[in-house]
Design a protein. Structure first.
Length: 253
């Protein structure tokens, strides 16, 4: 059942939305379609490269151009799905969902959010390491440490531009708003942040889940406060750029 009362202070408040937006069963189907749109195109693309002997299985174990290209192909398919289906699911335009030219306040929130995200992820990672002795390093960070030549530029584009755009569109534009239809804002923030952290899991990457979930709380809060996907994209892009600079300059995350 969609809730009928909530604060209208945010432009994302459900009291300001059509009653039939983000129905639970349509949202569930769309979420499954988004997952498949990430897995299937990337798998087909990489498999084709292997069959044509343009890549090897070893290329899939480290940062390589097949990995970068396969991820970009998956992003392209998913973004097409988001751009066409999400407005129908939300019964609102992409602009109303926050994909609009940023205001000066959006830029300010985006930059302030990046500082808060760095602090949240760093403190969470340090606490996790102290309590559970689990390092917060991401597999992708190790990939960047080992990257050479043009692959560094490819990784920077993927991490600092493509990923923030796609992930904010997905986790805030879709997932957070879908939760917001049924639960209070703070619960929607926590749930979307937890899924955001878990979505980055891969073998050897468990230590990154909690710090990224903490960062996801900041991203969702920025989006909810501003109603702007561009603001949370700015936060996300600056955070990723900060991590990339640390790795490239100081060889540490």
């Amino acid at each position: 059942m969609v809730k009928t009362s909530t604060s209208a202070r945010s432009p994302l408040s459900p009291t300001l939305w059509p009653a039939d937006s983000f129905s639970w069963w349509r949202s569930l189907i769309f979420g499954a379609a988004l997952v498949l749109s990430q897995l299937i195109p990337a798998a087909i693309f990489v498999a084709a490269l292997i069959v044509m002997r343009l890549a090897t299985l070893q290329d899939l174990k480290t940062l390589s151009w097949p990995i970068v290209a396969g991820q970009l192909a998956a992003y392209a398919v998913s973004l097409l799905l988001l751009a066409t289906v999400l407005p129908m699911l939300a019964h609102r335009s992409l602009g109303a969902l926050g994909l609009r030219a940023p205001r000066l306040s959006d830029l300010g929130w985006g930059i302030a959010g990046a500082a808060a995200m760095v602090i949240a992820a760093t403190v969470t990672g340090a606490a996790q390491d102290a309590i559970f002795h689990l390092k917060p390093d991401e597999v992708q960070v190790q990939w960047l440490r080992d990257a050479r030549g043009s692959l560094i530029a490819g990784f920077i584009f993927l991490a600092c531009f493509a990923a923030p755009f796609f992930e904010e569109f997905t986790f805030r534009g879709f997932l957070f708003n879908a939760f917001l239809r049924y639960v209070p804002a703070w619960v929607a923030i926590l749930l979307s942040a937890l899924i955001f952290g878990c979505a980055h899991w891969q073998p050897g990457n468990a230590g990154a889940i909690a710090p990224l979930a903490a960062g996801g709380i900041v991203l969702a809060a920025v989006y909810y406060r501003t109603g702007s996907l561009i603001a949370s994209m700015i936060t996300h892009a600056i955070f990723n750029s900060f991590t990339v600079v640390l790795v490239l300059v100081f060889h540490q995350a």
